[in-house]
Design a protein around this ligand. Sequence first.
Ligand code: DP6
Length: 329
Amino acid sequence: MRSTASAHPNIALVKYWGKRDERLILPHQSSLSVTLGPLSVTTTVEFDDRPGDDEVRINGQVAAGSERARVVELLGLVRKATKQKLGRARMVSVGDFPAAAGLASSAAAFAALAVAARTAAGLPRDTRAESILARRGSGSASRSVQGGFVRWNRGRRADGADSFGEQLFDAAHWPSLRLLVGMVSREEKEVKSRDGMRTTVETSPYYPAWAKDAEAEVARIVPFIRRRDLEAVGELAEKNAWRMHATAFAADPPLCYLKPETLAVIERCRELRKKGVGAWFTLDAGPNPVLLTSKADEAKVVKVLQQHGAREVVRCHPGGDVVVHPAER
Ligand code: DP6
């Protein structure tokens, strides 16, 4: 009753921003991301047959509060999904990238947890069921069960059975794509994605326009990815990031995740392009931009990031599926 799984985080090219169901974590629109190798989170789940409180350890610390509650809830869903009688669980999770990297570790963490917990409970591998379970921990985790380019389908059903991540192209489709995280700030963000998107849905007059536009953009980006057109993908990703942030700026109270350093890097991207270096940005709910570029231009883009505010640059490329480790007994 023990299993270990590793998953990569992901960066959305068309963002998820806003839920239509808070409990089931169902989005208002579809989204599309690239899974990020080589970063990963590795999680072990072990069920025993005695009842008792679950034990949750994240990066060497005993988890408490809402962090623990989200894991315990997911373990409860696994107990319900199996006919086996499962007692308390011990869960240990370790990420190989600092949470302070500004990249959300929750996508990788809940994808690894969903797969490890289901496997430990004796359930068969099933990427759809794993993605749906991961989604219950964190929406973006639904896109980290599979590698490469993954679309999280909005779905129509009230129970969420049609809202899961679906791989459109695997990691080998575009090995020369680079995603460079420029760490311009290590400050904890003031408003978490979960709260920020709720405020935006409830108060931003631009929200309905965002949801409609993002759904259309998911369909538009697919042929660009198919033909590995970095310029078209980059332009669309930038535009989508601006629109997500625009809808958040218009919330009440307004939400601004950008820092002066973020804008400086964005400005540099434009200058690089004028000089013939292909670099485009995207930005999650935080200040650290992720630059899309090619292997050929990677070194130049890293240098420019370092010269203009990034204290550290985390270099990523399209990563693979969740991996279940061979039984360690
Ligand atoms: C801006 O998946 O972290 O990174 O579902 O509330 O856990 P919850 O939110 P989360 O939000 C991610 C928001 C985003 C865009 C994206 O990854 O699509």
